[in-house]
Design a protein around this ligand. Structure first.
Ligand code: ZN
Ligand code: ZN
Length: 264
């Protein structure tokens, strides 16, 4: 069986290609038991139609997923969403999340303050800062995001490494702190293959971090972060090996914000 891909974007976000039908066809062709869309919820601290769907498009996104569910009986298509952790705007995020019956909510940390850490136009900021401090700050944001209770899964857990910047000191205390926060808050993590397509050429999260998550009993889900239909399920054979290498024997999907366990 092909592992289900829960992290699939759509043209609503302004930086993904293809039609939503094409993403569904790709997942079905691969033989996934189910799939889930999780497009970018609008941001509330800035408006940038190249980063997320527009606020007024959220109902249309939900409606389009509903149409695809109706058109594909027997093939569950989950309604997910990816929401940014922006500390001053959590009320807005909570309101948006409560306005539709999502099957699951991904939390992501794309911003440290105003700095969009995964945007190439702001890559220079890595050269101006102490990398170890950036890592510490980034993972403080991840732990804080988990504690909000707004998210079911944290996506691309170590996206801070996207451009290949590595910490120069041991981060195990930091990683253990994150594992503890995720476990206590009942938040899962995602094995995300998009890092393999980025300058770092690594799965998110790396094996060391993933093993620490396993030690804390943090469960996993699988996502490609597809922004093109051809990326659906991409490198999932490598994600499976990665999960097993860290000692995982099961994983999750979600329905109605409830965890559904599966054997690996
Ligand atoms: Zn995106
Ligand atoms: Zn994403």
């Amino acid at each position: 069986m092909f592992l289900p891909d829960l992290h699939i974007h759509t043209p609503f976000c302004g930086h993904a290609g293809g039609e939503m039908e094409d993403y569904v066809a790709a997942a079905r062709r691969l033989g996934m038991p189910e799939m889930g869309f999780a497009d970018h919820l609008p941001l509330f601290h800035i408006t940038d139609p190249s980063l997320t769907m527009r606020r007024e498009d959220l109902p249309a996104y939900v409606e389009k997923v509903r149409q695809l569910q109706a058109a594909n009986p027997g093939f569950p298509i989950r309604l997910g969403i990816e929401a940014d952790f922006i500390a001053p705007h959590l009320d807005d995020v909570a309101k948006a999340l409560a306005s539709h019956p999502f099957d699951y909510v991904y939390g992501s940390v794309h911003f440290i303050g105003d700095w969009g850490i995964d945007q190439s136009r702001f890559k220079y900021e890595f050269e101006r800062r102490d990398i170890n401090e950036v890592y510490e700050l980034y993972f403080q944001h991840v732990a804080a995001a988990a504690r909000t209770g707004l998210f079911d899964i944290m996506t691309h857990l170590d996206v801070v490494k996207k451009y290949g910047h590595c910490p120069t000191k041991d981060m195990s205390d930091v990683y253990n702190g994150v594992g503890e926060a995720l476990a206590k808050s009942n938040v899962a993590i995602e094995l995300n293959s998009s890092g393999l397509r980025k300058p770092v050429h690594e799965i998110y999260p790396g094996l060391e971090l993933l093993k620490i998550m396993r030690a804390h009993g943090v469960p996993i889900a699988f996502g490609s972060d597809a922004h093109k239909p051809a990326q659906v399920g991409q490198d999932f054979n490598l994600l499976l090996k990665h999960a097993r290498a860290a000692g995982y024997t099961d994983y999750l999907t979600f329905a109605g914000r409830e965890r559904v366990p599966w054997q690996l």
